[in-house]
Design a protein around this ligand. Sequence first.
Ligand SMILES: Nc1ncnc2c1ncn2[C@@H]1O[C@H](COP(=O)(O)OP(=O)(O)O)[C@@H](O)[C@H]1O
Ligand SMILES: O=C(COP(=O)(O)O)[C@H](O)[C@H](O)COP(=O)(O)O
Length: 325
Amino acid sequence: MRLLEKIRESGRVFVVAVAGDSGSGKTTFTRGIRRLLGEDVVSTFSMDDYHSLDRRQRKTLGITPLRPEANRFDLLAEHLAMLRRGLAIEKPVYDHTTGEIRGPVIFKPSPVIIVEGLHPFYTEELRKLSDFKIFVDPSRAVKRRWKLRRDVGERGYAPEDVMREILEREPDYKLYVDVQKVYAEMVIKIQDSRIPPEWTEIARGSAREKYSVRIIQQILDHPLDEVDLTIDLSRIMRLTEREFSIEFQRDDYYGKRVGVMTLDGEFPLTMIKDLERKLCDFLGRDVPSVTEGCQEDHGSYVNATEMTQLILIWRFLEKIANLAW
Ligand SMILES: Nc1ncnc2c1ncn2[C@@H]1O[C@H](COP(=O)(O)OP(=O)(O)O)[C@@H](O)[C@H]1O
Ligand SMILES: O=C(COP(=O)(O)O)[C@H](O)[C@H](O)COP(=O)(O)O
């Protein structure tokens, strides 16, 4: 039986928790997973909705939204427990424009629920309520660029206000958000690529953003299946392929045995065909290609963060297959 059928038949609700700082790419990854697995299967919400203090109250008290007391962990835990039992919840809504807490709105369970935010597995109770925990951890430089781009471009803030806030939040980030890495089954570390842009791109002023992504994952006892990443050596010999690197190492990470995969540069689509095909077979439905949701046209290449999305989904499906069968 295919996984989607199996999940539906089981009537179970699986919870994925994605933790990370503001502007670290949580929503972007979550959106990618939802698009690939299907909007009828995955629904998502942000933990920002569980702030206990609105912007004005935080300002009066002089505290950041990263402090535990600015959030309603108990209510989130209560709601996740209800969703896991298949019950709808009445969820508050945090309005990023006004900084006020509104709602409630009805949120209904779906087979997979992704909760993303600053502390989705900060407490032991919350950790027990999620089936798969991911921590997204871009370098300072990448995070500042991403947060500035979104907060100035989409949320309409002044650049100097965003930068001041980034610096003010750093100590609390270290104390209350970063610690969750210890509990994550997958930590995704993102840096700027070590591969220099091509001279043709520099000449055109169109150098593309490339990243180096380190995926730190706990070693699984029961992997699903074998997947080939195929490399066309003849294209590499003719120097027609773009530049990429893949590295794999075993390591210890906060007391756990982990595999560390480092992906950098741009990968030919042919390389991930087998993985996409296996995903479709295993799920029992067509999965859109990772490139379809991209803002830029990458031609027949995916970058390291897009490749990471596929690996993440594969790893998550392995985990729920182990739980569902
Ligand atoms: N994988 C990525 N590649 C390029 N830019 C990204 C990526 N992920 C996030 N960004 C940029 O960073 C901004 C913030 O990302 P977002 O997913 O909203 O972060 P979060 O949900 O963690 O606050 C996005 O608007 C986008 O400009
Ligand atoms: O840090 C986050 C989450 O950010 P993101 O949604 O980027 O993950 C807080 O919810 C907002 O900063 C709220 O504070 P304010 O509204 O006062 O900025």
